[in-house]
Each structure stands twice: as structure tokens, then as C-alpha cells.
Design a protein around this ligand. Structure first.
Ligand code: NAD
Ligand code: MG
Length: 395
């Protein structure tokens, strides 16, 4: 069997670690072609030492030089590139079969889109790329014939729960609704008053998942679910009124698909990102992911609640941006990134994250974001407005 060559964008993150864990279990199937990182050069060196990729990509030329020297000393033959050209090069290299997109935030858009344009099979974790440029992204997917496999656990669950016997059109397959499950995050039961003084440490202590800091805060505000509603809209071509959110604190049901005949299909499993990653890596087959099978007796109970839209206004802001269409989701995403960063730096109280996003959506000029240049310009402008809002609402 020829081994599948993989480029892992964002190798030093939480998804990167889970992906490398699955890959390392199947050395006969997968080969790491390239690993990329932003600031964690030591971690990237360790990964190069262990996985011996053909290429590594750092953020800056200085970092690349330092890594090259260390690799040489350790007799590791990995070639080091840097910057956005480096990311694009490893996303598009002719040797590569699949690109796993696990950079966090807007920074992932350009290299992820580059992989799509080159027709690489895309294993997508970087939901922000799709939120920012959904239309453009899906047009390129259709044009290049890329196979797009979602790694976000909810979308992976939906992907697994759709029976495509008839066509790729979900309505034609009898799908009525998509139901995304949300854990509710660390503040599910917190009072509105107590939310005013929560800290970044509390926000990043997720009850069921261990993730990067940005997505952890998104889970705490429910913006993560909002971004996922937009992600589901593009991946499955579903209008917002046919995408529901239900809070399910155990995180065992990863999402559900409701059919017109009264059937509801779902995918269940222990909350471990190695499952959706393994699914995407092996698609259409299945491989061992190192994940414990689900013990229903241990789970014992599955419970469901309506999301509290007053305490967690970010969810509706995302629906609002999706309904507004055009560039609004890109504005939402940019404002959220700025607000989350400010909260993590203790410059903005938790409850003001939504206020920054809402005011930025109000102030940003209406754009019909079409091409990549326009999307990046909308992103830049929205960041500027949101930065001003952080100053206004800041601590
Ligand atoms: P993380 O913060 O742990 O890792 C992010 C990775 O991106 C790191 O390798 C970092 O070096 C790289 N990176 C950061 N900024 C960069 C920049 N400007 N340029 C190039 N590279 C950069 O994040 P994570 O939790 O692994 O999440 C990655 C993506 O996957 C996010 O889009 C997130 O929403 C999505 N996701 C994560 C999980 C999870 O369980 N962690 C689940 C579903 C979806
Ligand atoms: Mg998710």
C-alpha cells in the first residue's frame, strides 16, 4: 500500500497533537510530509525530530534559520520554509495527498484555500476559514473537485449521519434539519452576575474537551456554536432556520440529522478529537484512533437543554451574521478574534465580548465579499473597528 502523504498545518496545537497521535498509530498508512507552527519553535523541532517530515514551516525567517541550525545539529534532513509562502508551498506541493487544516483563526484561510485550489483532499478543523469565506471556499471546492472532510466533531458527526444513497443534495436525501449539540461550556450553569467577573483560566477549563485557548473561550461564550452554525450552513448547504442548537452537557452525541420520515440519526462517542480525525484520515474506511469505546452504562444519562440566548448572546450574533450574509460572517469572525484576544489578555471583561462583536457588526461597512482580496480587506477593517470597541468597553 502506498502511504498517504500529509501536510499538517498547525502541527503544534491541540488538533495537531491529536492528529499526530492517530498518524503515529498507522505508520504503514500515513507519512508526514510537512509540519507547520507559528511561535512554538521548540515544539516544532521536537516534532521534526520524531516524525522526520520533508518540510517544516515557521512564521519568520529568523525562526527558520534557528530551526535549520538545530535540525542540522541533530542530523534531521527536514527542509525549513517560512511565512505565508512557506505555508502555501507545503499546502500545494505535488507530492501531498491530504492537507489537515488546523491553524487557528483567520491566519488559516490563505493556506487552507491554497490546498483546495490545488485539489488536495482537505481535512478541515480550521472553521474560521469557512466562516470568513464560505461562498468562495465552497465554489473553489466544487471547481477543483476536492474532497472536503470536516474534522470539527459536530460536522463530522453530521457527515457520518447523512445517508447519501440518492444524491449529494441533502433535501433530496430527506434531511429536514441539522441539530448541532453544544456542551454548554464551563459556564453553562453560571449566573449572569458571576459571568461578569470570570477569568481566562476559568474560561479555558472546559469540562469535556481539552483545546486551544481561543476555541476554549469560544466554547465558553457559545460563539463556537455560532461559528459552527455558519460552518454547517456552508458544508451542508442548509439555511439557518434548518440548523438548530441543543445543549447536551455530556458531549456524547456529537450532533444529529433529522429526516422527513421521523428518523433522527446521530453519531456518538467519547469526546476525543482523535475519532473525527481518524474518520477523515481513513475515509471511506475506518482505523483505530486509540479512543476508548463508549461505555453506555458509564454514561448512564444523556440530557438536553435549550441554549440560554440571554446569557450567551454570541450564538444569536452568529445567526444574525449568517442571515445578513455577504461579508457579515467575516466581520463577526474578525471582531470575535480581537475580543477573545483582549479577554485572554485581561483587557476586556467576558460579558463585553458580545458587545464588541455586536458594535463591530453595526459599524462595519456593508461589503459583498467575493474574492480573497476583498475578504482579507473586510477582515482587516473589522479588526480595526473591533480594536476601537475593545478600548471603549475595555477593563
Ligand atoms: P491551538 O491554539 O492549540 O493550535 C493552533 C495551531 O495554529 C498551532 O500549531 C499554532 O502554531 C498555529 N498558528 C496559530 N496562529 C498562527 C498564525 N498566525 N499563522 C500560522 N499558524 C498559526 O488551536 P486548536 O485548538 O488546535 O484549534 C485549531 C483549529 O481547529 C481552530 O480553528 C479550532 O476552531 C479548530 N477545532 C479545534 C478543536 C479542538 O478540540 N481543539 C475542535 C474542533 C475544531
Ligand atoms: Mg466543534
Amino acid at each position: 500500500m502506498t502511504r498517504k502523504k500529509i501536510t499538517l498545518l498547525g502541527a503544534t496545537g491541540s488538533i495537531g497533537a491529536s492528529a499526530l497521535d492517530v498518524i503515529a498509530r498507522h505508520p504503514e498508512r500515513y507519512e508526514v510530509f510537512a509540519l507547520t507552527a507559528h511561535r512554538q519553535n521548540d515544539a516544532l523541532f521536537d516534532l521534526c525530530h520524531r516524525y522526520r517530515p520533508a518540510y517544516a514551516v515557521t512564521a519568520t525567517a529568523e525562526a527558520a534559520m534557528a530551526l535549520r541550525a538545530k535540525l542540522m545539529e541533530a542530523a534531521v534532513a527536514t527542509e525549513v520554509l517560512h511565512g505565508s509562502e512557506g505555508l502555501t508551498a507545503v499546502a500545494q506541493a505535488p507530492e501531498v495527498d491530504s492537507v489537515l487544516a488546523a491553524i487557528v483563526g483567520a491566519a488559516g484561510l490563505v493556506p487552507t484555500l491554497a490546498a483546495v485550489k490545488a485539489g488536495k483532499q482537505l481535512l478541515l478543523a480550521n472553521k474560521e476559514a469557512l466562516v470568513m469565506a464560505g461562498q468562495l471556499f465552497m465554489t473553489e471546492v466544487a471547481r477543483s473537485g476536492t474532497v472536503l472532510l470536516p474534522i470539527d466533531s459536530e460536522h463530522n458527526a453530521i457527515y457520518q449521519s447523512i445517508t447519501r444513497y440518492i444524491s449529494n443534495n441533502l433535501s433530496a436525501c430527506g434531511v429536514r434539519k441539522i441539530i448541532l449539540t453544544a456542551s454548554g461550556g464551563p459556564f453553562r450553569t453560571a449566573s449572569r452576575k458571576s459571568l461578569e467577573s470570570v477569568t481566562p483560566e476559568q474560561a479555558c477549563a472546559h469540562p469535556n474537551w481539552s483545546m486551544g485557548r481561543k476555541i476554549s473561550v469560544d466554547s465558553a461564550t457559545l460563539m463556537n456554536k455560532g461559528l459552527e452554525v455558519i460552518e454547517a450552513h456552508w458544508l451542508f448547504d442548509m439555511p439557518p432556520e434548518r440548523i438548530d442548537v441543543v445543549v447536551h452537557p455530556q458531549s456524547v452525541i456529537h450532533s444529529l440529522v433529522e429526516y422527513v420520515d421521523g428518523s433522527t440519526l446521530a453519531q456518538l462517542g467519547n469526546p476525543d478529537m482523535r475519532t473525527p480525525i481518524a474518520y477523515a484520515l481513513a475515509y471511506p474506511g475506518r482505523i483505530d484512533a486509540g479512543v476508548k469505546p463508549l461505555d453506555l452504562f458509564e454514561v448512564a444519562q444523556l440530557t438536553f437543554e435549550r441554549p440560554d440566548r440571554q446569557r450567551f448572546p454570541c450564538l444569536d450574533l452568529a445567526y444574525q451574521a449568517l442571515r445578513a450574509g455577504a461579508a457579515a460572517p467575516a466581520v463577526l469572525n474578525a471582531a470575535n478574534e480581537i475580543a477573545v484576544e483582549a479577554f485572554l489578555d485581561r483587557r476586556l471583561p467576558f460579558m463585553r465580548i458580545a458587545a464588541v462583536i455586536s458594535s463591530t457588526l453595526d459599524q462595519a461597512a456593508a461589503h459583498e465579499a467575493l474574492g480573497i482580496e476583498q475578504v482579507l480587506e473586510v477582515d482587516r477593517q473589522a479588526r480595526q473597528i473591533a480594536t476601537g470597541m475593545v478600548r471603549r468597553y475595555g477593563a
